[in-house]
Each structure stands twice: as C-alpha cells, then as structure tokens.
Design a protein around this ligand. Structure first.
Ligand code: COI
Length: 361
C-alpha cells in the first residue's frame, strides 16, 4: 500500500539558531516532524508538519497505562554529501517487536521508510558535518485514546522527529553495578523499547548519579548475578582476548542495532566472540587476575563508549586507559567508518535517502 504524505513546510526555519560545532545531545529539534494516526485498523492522515507541540486528552491512555514505545537511528552524510541512514530496517523490525509486546499496531515498511526518507530529505540541511555528530532520528508511537480503564487502546499516533546531535558520552563512563534494584526478568518487557523501561530506572539512576556514577549496569532480576545491559547501551566485556556480550535469549535486554553490528564486525575481524551469560564474579575474578582488558557499551546514541570504572558492593574497579584498548578502538573505527560512508558497506547496512525524489514531492 502506498502512503501519501502531505507536507506543510515551516515558514521560519530555526536552522540559523544552531551552533553545529557545539551540539549537545537531544536539545535541538529540526524544523519538521512526521505524524500518522491510527484508527479503524489502519494508519491514516500521514503528514509532515512544522515541529511543534500537540494537544492531548487528559485521560490519554499512554500517560496513564504506558502504551508508548520508541526507536533511535542516525543519519549522516556520505563523502559526496548524500544523506545515509544506518540499518533502518533493523530498527523497524525492533519497533514492531515492541508494538507486538505492548499490544500496539505494526508499522508497515513502506510507511516507515517513506516517512523517514521524506522527513530527512526535507530537513537534510540539519545533518551535521562535524566529527562525532549526526542527525538522530526518533520514531515513537503512543496510545491516544482518552479513557479510564485498563485495556489496549484502539487509537494511536506514530511520530518521527529528528535532532542534530553530538556525542552522547564525551568521556569514559562510570557504571554502578546494583545488587538491589533490577531492570528486567524473563517474561517481562526488557527486550521492548517501551517508555516504562526507562521510567522505571530513573530513581535508581538518580541515586547513583548523586554518588558520581553515570549509569547503572544492570544484573539479572532473578540471581542478581549475570550482566544484562546499561539501559542506554548494551554491554561488552573483553577477558583475555575473548569478547563476551550477554545473549538475547532471555528476552531481558534490548536487541541493540549497534550491538549486532559490533558482533558481526568482531567476527569478521577474526576475534573470538561469545554471546553467553557472564556473571559479575567472572568479571571481578578476571580483574584480579589481570585479564579484564576492556568493558564498553554500544548503542545508537552512545555508539561505542568505553567504561572507565565500575562499582560493585562497595569496591571500585578501574579499567585500563582507552589508549590501550586496541580491540574496541578498532571495532569502533570500523563501525563509524561504515556509518559515515567512508568505508565500503560490505554488509549492505546503509540506506541512501533519495533526496531528489522526496525533497520536492
Ligand atoms: C538510543 O541509543 O537511541 C537510545 O534510545 C538510548 C537513549 C539513551 C537515547
């Protein structure tokens, strides 16, 4: 089914107000956004309009009962200046895994891709050029019905806005490994990118931030023993040359697009990579034996961010300087070179936006 997207362009661009050489993460919003509404079993009224607020019903079911999900992707410019987007179909796949878990309607591929292509074409001048910067694309969906009572909604809104962003973390991340709070457990929603997963970790995260840490590295919800993820990132550990990351099969961590890309790049570089349970005891033993070479997180926003130190049960464990972390630096370089179109896209990960087709249609 072809979706017709109506366009209303802004009369006053805010492009000139932005310092593209000093971009904080997530504070500037491009000129336009895409909106589609769902009712009677179909997506309708697809439109691109000036970025702005919407009015909502006070009993909006997304606010009261949490039917709300989101995604994150990035667009950059290739060396010829064409907008390129990294693995959008993998994000769509995950979006529809989240819609399924949260009893929300699927987004069809042609709706998703034509909305992104058209929006990015119209706001292509918002894609930054500076190193480590990109245009962050945030698709999200929420239930729009106003009612009181617990049942899946029948009306939804799907929106995409974009933000020019710089680095999410500008220095190695300090993580606190909690033995009290948990993020996810088998059978729950840990694998879905639903708003509640983020709301539920705000209080514990604020507590550790007051103690000087950036994030929590979550342990599993049953044994409080096995590494899960950081919330903003998936986790990787390198012990004695072996790259280890938690497997996806428990359904407790997000199937990160950057995680998957790093797994595939590591395997193609010939590294030994294991997707398996990794306990905090194994990490700490490796630390004491001098075999813990690296810990890093991966995510769309965070790309590949090194862990500088971690805390567990009253002890701080400092990791080697980033200069010494040859494996992860190489993998990050491979990833960012492909994402920016500077290295050959051997995996077919890049989607080039057909600006000529979309910008004026
Ligand atoms: C992303 O990496 O896209 C996320 O949604 C995580 C959030 C920290 C921005």
């Amino acid at each position: 089914m072809g979706y017709k997207i109506a366009v209303e362009k802004t009369k006053l661009s805010r492009l000139g107000e932005i310092d593209f050489n000093d971009l904080p993460f997530g504070k500037h919003f491009s000129d336009h956004m895409f909106i589609a509404d769902y009712s009677d079993g179909e997506w309708k009224d697809c439109r691109i309009v000036p970025f702005g607020e919407f009015s909502i019903h006070p009993a909006l079911s997304a606010l009261h009962y949490g039917q709300s999900i989101f995604e994150g992707m990035k667009a950059e410019k290739d060396p010829e200046g064409n907008p390129i987007i990294f693995r959008p179909l993998k994000n769509l796949n995950r979006l529809n895994i989240s819609t399924d878990r949260m009893a929300m309607p699927e987004i069809p591929e042609d709706l998703f891709m034509s909305a992104i292509d058209k929006l990015v074409s119209i706001d292509k001048n918002w894609i930054p050029d500076a190193p480590h910067s990109s245009l962050y694309i945030r698709p999200f969906m929420f239930a729009t019905e106003g009612f009181v009572g617990i049942k899946p909604a029948e009306h939804f809104r799907f929106v995409i806005f974009t933000c020019p962003v710089g680095a999410y973390y500008s220095k190695p991340v300090k993580v606190f490994i909690h033995d009290k709070y948990v993020r996810a457990f088998p059978g729950g929603v840990g694998y879905a990118k639903c708003a509640g997963n983020y709301g539920a970790v705000m209080m514990p995260t604020r507590e550790v931030q007051k103690m000087g840490y950036d994030q929590i590295l979550w342990l599993d919800g049953i044994h409080h023993r096995y590494l899960q993820e950081i919330g903003t990132m998936n986790i990787f550990v390198i012990i004695d040359g072996v790259i280890i990351t938690p497997a996806l099969d428990q359904g407790t961590i997000l199937d990160g697009v950057t995680r998957d890309s790093i797994v595939r790049l590591a395997e193609s570089e010939g590294y030994v990579l294991q997707e398996r349970d990794i306990s905090i005891e194994e990490v700490i033993n490796a630390y004491h034996e001098g075999k813990l070479q690296d810990m890093f997180g991966t995510g769309t926003a965070a790309v590949l961010s090194h862990i500088g130190e971690f805390h567990y049960k009253g002890e701080n464990y400092e990791l080697p300087p980033v200069e010494l972390r040859e494996i992860s630096k190489k993998l990050k370089h491979r990833l960012t070179s492909i994402k920016s179109g500077k290295a050959e896209d051997v995996y077919g990960w890049l989607h080039t936006v057909a600006v000529a087709v979309y910008a004026n249609s």
